[in-house]
Structures are given as structure tokens and as C-alpha cells.
Write a protein that binds this ligand. Structure first.
Ligand code: S3P
Length: 440
């Protein structure tokens, strides 16, 4: 079974144990960066295990529209004929980034210094998300970017020559950091960015692999301008943010034992594993290895009774995409879980604090929404379910509520699930392969 375009609702029901081994789709963050750096490099880049989700395909389409040849062979390997830092061509139409904040923010960084005119737009969710956070630093570099009110997309970019920047970002965000570092590539003198906490570092790792001069001092990272980027072979690891759904499902459903193969375990992404370990989760890291500058492991996950925790604030950026599914784990743990200091969750693909509070409450969980987090009293014996809930068109909210349905006494139907395609097109197929019950 697989989700196809246009499918709006999915139903999940109480499940027997999850068993077996699955691979995960390619990491979304790394996939965007592999296409972008491949396009800006000299020579050919080959990408294995690219995530063929809608978000990444938007980045592929955008670079194709700017004259970059990107081919997919029948086995799913992508070949990008790089055009160099000054080889992109003006697209003849608006670039539509769909649902993808990463695509829009990273591309804005690339385009700020290109000598042409571009309009970036996106779907209703993306057009509500804050772009001022990248417009402000890029404008300080001399970029000419216009937006709708409050920094909302569409963005109009008239590329121009940029000047160096040493920026302290108020929010720990890999998208802000990456937009500046990508703009720095075409800036004599380069740029530095300092963040309050370390966000994911895939851009820095991949820039180094492609030949850029990247240096780090604590939370401050710098890139020199005008490097020669050379095409590479990139192996994209399995996405830990997608692995999170079967992982939490296996922890929650008694008798489960699964292996998630080839998962990226970059330390800037493993916050969820730390939180779950503190709750008592049994997750073993097997076959730890490195591929293309990124650490990888197979994760052996066994059903585990979980205890509520208070989330340490410094873990938040390392688990930022995993809070919807973390809330589900907390709703089925023993005792209270408290998250504070996570207001960023309100500006993701949906307001994830609100969306998850509404959905979890509807299926019988005890949750209290707070301005910057959530309090949850867990019910380890399971939840009521028997309702239809809304995903707010958010892929991770949809998958989280479907996982919650596996521990409900009556089935849970989740509306507006089509955006699961943005990050995890084979979600239903993989969950079904592990033995869960889900249907259209
Ligand atoms: C991402 C960074 C994070 C994350 C997003 C992907 C990236 O966003 O939520 O899903 O690939 O750089 P922020 O930088 O806004 O925290």
C-alpha cells in the first residue's frame, strides 16, 4: 500500500507488534544541500539515495529552471552537471517551493548574489512562514529582497554584489545559518554566523567536502568567499526525522522489535534519541559507520515502558522536527512530560504546538498547550481514539497522529495527509511492512 497524490485522509488502528527491518528514505536536509551544492560546483555530482519527496523535488525543479542539467537514472541515482558559482541563468517564471521552508530559505541565500531577478513563492503554509529571519541578514549584506507584509513570501529577489557579514542570529536555525553561508560563497571576504545553540551542521560538512574553506569556533562558523567547489559523490543517509515515526511506534506497541537500517545519526540531529533514552527507551545503535562525512547506524528498537520527563532546553534544536512524535510518546508514557522554550514549533509547516494539542486532546490525551511548549500527563494504558482529527496539512503532525492511533482503543482518522509526500512518500508502505494496520 502506498500513499498517492491527492489522498487526503488515512486511518490507523490498534496494532499487534511491529517486527522486521526497514530502510528509510534519504535525509531531507542533506538531499536539498546535495542538489544545491552539486549545481554550484564545477563538474559532475552524483547523488545516491536522494529523498524523492516533494520538498526536495522543488529544489531539483528550481535549479533545472535556472539552467542546471539534473538527470535521474532508472535506479534513482541523480547526476548534476554543476555550472559553478556564476553559472546559473535567470529562470523565465516564478519558482514555486511548494511546502518547503528549507528550499525557499536556502535558495534565497544562493540567489541574493546572482545577477538576475527571481520570485520565490510557495503553498499556503509556506506563504505564512517568517522569511524576515533571512531577509534581515541578507539585506545587511546588501541583498535586494522584497516580501509581502511581515516578511511573508512571495519574495522578490534582484541579485546583486554582496558584502561580508558577521551575524549573530537570535534563533538557532540551520536554515538561517545556511542561507548566509550560501550567500557567502559569492561574497569577497565570506561570512560568519554565530547561533545561540548549535543547529544541524549538514551545510558546513558538505561545503567542506566540496572544497570550501569552513572554520568553526564554538557556535560561530565562517566560510571564505569564492572557493572552487568541485563535484562530489554524495551518499544520503536515511532520514532520522522519518525514522522517528516507526521508532516511536515500536517503543509504544507491546512486543515490538524492529531494525531501522542506515539512519543518519549526526549528533546535531539525535536529540529525540537522547530524550527517549531519558524516558527509558531501549534503542541500540548497531554497525556505526560513516558515509560521505555523515555518521550512520542501524537502530534496534524494542518496546519499552516510558517515563515522562522535563525536556532540557539545550536539546530542543537537536530535536526540532521530532516534537510532534515526541508528544505522542509522552502522551503514552507514565507521568508528566514538560516542554518549554520551544516557541519555534509555532512557525513550522503548521503551528505544531497547537496542531498536536488539538489532535492529541481529541483522541483522549491529557495535554495543556502553553505559549512555548506543552504539558502532557501520560496514559500508558492507551488512548480512546474513535475520532477524526486534522493534520493542519502538516506531514509530521499527520504521521504522528497516525502513530498515536496504533495505541488507541478505536481507530483514528487523520484528515489532509497528502503532505506526507513532502518528506516520507513510502510512510504507509513501510509501516505496513512492519505489521501495523493502516488504511485509506
Ligand atoms: C532544516 C532546518 C530546520 C528544520 C527543517 C529543516 C534544514 O529548520 O526544522 O525541517 O534542512 O536546514 P530551522 O532552521 O527553521 O530550525
Amino acid at each position: 500500500m502506498s500513499i498517492h497524490d491527492g489522498v487526503e485522509s488515512l486511518t490507523s488502528a490498534a496494532s499487534g507488534p511491529l517486527r522486521g527491518a526497514v530502510t528509510l528514505p534519504g535525509d531531507k536536509s542533506i538531499s536539498h544541500r546535495a542538489i544545491s551544492l552539486g549545481a554550484l560546483a564545477e563538474g559532475e555530482t552524483t547523488v545516491h539515495h536522494l529523498l524523492e519527496g516533494e520538498d526536495v523535488l522543488r529544489t531539483v525543479a528550481a535549479f533545472r529552471a535556472m539552467g542546471v542539467e539534473i538527470d535521474r537514472d532508472p535506479t534513482g541515482i541523480y547526476r548534476i552537471r554543476g555550472v559553478g558559482l556564476d553559472g546559473l541563468a535567470e529562470p523565465d517564471d516564478v519558482l514555486d517551493m511548494g511546502n518547503s521552508g528549507t528550499a525557499m530559505r536556502l535558495l534565497a541565500g544562493v540567489l541574493a548574489s546572482q545577477p538576475f531577478f527571481v520570485i520565490l513563492t510557495g503553498d499556503a503554509s509556506l506563504r505564512q512562514r517568517p522569511m524576515g529571519r533571512i531577509i534581515t541578514p541578507l539585506s545587511r549584506m546588501g541583498a535586494r529582497i522584497l516580501s509581502r507584509a511581515q516578511g511573508r513570501a512571495p519574495l522578490v529577489i534582484q541579485g546583486t554584489e554582496l558584502i561580508p557579514l558577521d551575524y549573530q542570529t537570535p534563533v538557532a536555525s540551520a536554515q538561517i545559518k545556511s542561507a548566509i553561508l550560501l550567500a557567502a560563497l559569492n561574497t569577497a571576504g565570506g561570512c560568519s554566523v554565530e547561533e545561540p545553540e548549535q543547529s544541524r551542521d549538514h551545510t558546513e560538512r558538505m561545503l567542506t567536502a566540496f572544497g570550501a574553506e569552513v572554520s568553526r569556533e564554538g557556535l560561530r562558523v565562517s566560510v571564505e568567499g569564492w572557493p572552487t567547489l568541485t563535484g562530489q559523490t554524495v551518499w544520503v543517509p536515511g532520514d532520522i526525522s522519518s525514522a522517528a515515526f516507526p521508532l516511536v511506534a515500536a517503543l509504544l506497541v507491546p512486543g515490538s522489535e524492529i531494525v531501522l537500517e542506515g539512519v543518519g545519526v549526526n549528533p546535531t540531529r539525535t536529540g529525540l534519541l537522547d530524550l527517549l533514552a531519558a524516558m527509558g527507551a531501549r534503542v541500540e545503535w548497531l554497525n556505526q559507520r560513516e558515509e560521505g562525512g555523515e555518521p550512520i547506524a542501524d537502530l534496534l528498537v524494542r518496546h519499552s515502558p516510558l517515563q515522562g520527563i522535563t525536556v532540557p532546553p539545550e536539546v530542543i534544536p537537536r530535536a526540532i522536527d521530532e516534537f510532534p512524535i515526541f508528544f505522542v510518546a509522552a502522551a503514552l508514557a507514565e507521568g508528566e512530560t514538560v516542554l518549554a522554550g520551544a516557541a519555534e514549533l509555532r512557525v513550522k509547516e503548521s503551528d505544531r504546538i497547537h496542531a498536536m494539542a488539538v489532535g492529541l486532546r481529541a483522541i483522549g490525551a491529557q495535554v495543556t498547550e502553553q505559549p512555548d511548549g506543552m504539558r502532557i500527563i501520560g496514559q500508558p494504558d492507551g488512548l480512546a481514539g474513535g475520532v477524526t482529527v486534522d493534520s493542519f496539512t502538516d506531514h509530521r503532525v499527520a504521521m504522528s497522529l497516525l502513530v498515536a492511533g496504533l495505541r488507541c482503543r478505536a481507530p483514528v482518522t487523520v484528515l489532509r495527509c497528502a503532505n506526507i509526500q513532502t518528506s516520507f512518500p513510502a510512510f504507509v508502505a513501510k509501516m505496513t511492512a512492519l505489521g501495523t494496520k493502516q488504511s485509506f
